[in-house]
Structures are given as C-alpha cells and as structure tokens.
Design a protein around this ligand. Sequence first.
Ligand SMILES: [Cu+2]
Length: 260
Amino acid sequence: MRMTTRTAASPFALCSAALLSLTIACSAPATSTTTPAAAGKKVDTASAGSIAGTISFEGARPAAEVVRVSSDAACVQDAGPNPQSNAVLVSDNGGLQNSFVYIKDGLDPGYTFDIPTEPVVLDQKGCFYQPRVLGVRVGQPLEVSNDDPTFHNVHSLPKMNMEFNQGLNNRGTHLTRTFTTPEVMVRFKCDVHGWMAAWVGVLPHPYFAVTAADGSFTLKDVPPGTYTIEAWHERFGTKSAQVTVAANQTEQTSFTFSAN
Ligand SMILES: [Cu+2]
C-alpha cells in the first residue's frame, strides 16, 4: 500500500484564516515538501523472500576456557566450580554458535513493523546470562530475570542507549527495560560475578537471528531488495556481505570467521 494523498489541512487554508489577524507568517512548513510517500507500508509476506546460511569457524579451535565461579557458593550448585565458558562454541562441523546476524543496511525506511509487546527474556541461571547472545526490537520490553539464590546486578553498557545498573536480590526477581535506539551490540555484565556476559542486539526491524549450535540462521519475510548483511561475534569481530533477495526466493549467504 502506498500513501498517495494527504488528509491534513492545507497550510494555505490555515494561512487564509490567519490573514484576518495578519500576525502569522504564511510559509508552508518545510516537512510538507517531502511527503514520505511510502511511509507506513507493510512488508508483503506473500512475495517476500528469505536469507539463510551458516556462520563457520575456520582453523584451529580455540582452547576451551574454564570459568572459576567458586567466589560465590550459590554459583557452584549448577555446574560445579569450573564450568566451561560459552563465549566460543564451535560444532563438530565448524558451525559457530551465538553469532548475531542481521540486516545492517538497505531496508526501505518506508517500512514500519509492529513492535512486539511480548518481552524478550534474558535469564540469569547458574551465574551465567542465558542466552548469552540475543536480539530485541527498539521499544520491545527486555525482561531480565534472576533464577539463582544469590544477588546479581544487571549492568548494561550501551553506547547509544541509556545505561542502567540494577540489582536483583534473589531468585524470582526481575526487571524490565526498553531500548530507544538501534545498537549492535549492547554488552551486559554483572559486577558481582565478573565472568557474566551477555550481548543484546537492538534493532528497529525484525531481520536478525542468533546462530544455532550448528551455526545456521534464517531471516524470514525479507522484502525483495539488496541488503548489507552483517555477522557479529564477540571474539571474532564482524563480517559483512551484499545480498540480493528476489521475490519468494531464499538467498544463501554464509560467513567464515577465524581466530586471526
Ligand atoms: Cu551476577
């Protein structure tokens, strides 16, 4: 659907009325000269395509990292004193988990997307953020919960959004926040447990995914067009590629990270 007409009162009609008092300068507001003809349009899912692929890791696998959690007895209950870090997870076939993949550029700004009212949940369990990597929409609630019998403080470290730092005293407590500005990625930490980390990608559209255990991802209902796709990983940085999506087609795109 394209907006081709405007229903707002003409600025000139308003000016005619203003002539009676001769006190208002009659110039049309600058915004009226740039009608966003396509603003508010919805993606036609009947003709949309998708982008799918795999994020891989190439080369010698980084050595498994052990996290020492014994500074807090409550953290030991879940996975013992020396659980393995989930920062770098590579499958037997080289698939890289917890890579954040999203449309970085190329989406027609005329599209609008309903903001989900369902919160995205970031849990704290066993003194780890779970999941470690996630995405949320601008304006969508992010609910951070404490599932541990100990104190955590949820400390976000954004560059574009408002920082917050709030304690969650015990199991069963939670807080809810929203983000106002797109930002990939916002780091979360806990000042009590220095090993805790989460990464939240904040986007104004629904085209993002976190890679599964085998490194795979899919972005669905993408309108036909040419896009810059970026893959991000907390240790290996970012890679990007141009992808053209045709109507009703799945475009394959994959990225390979290495330790160097
Ligand atoms: Cu904590």
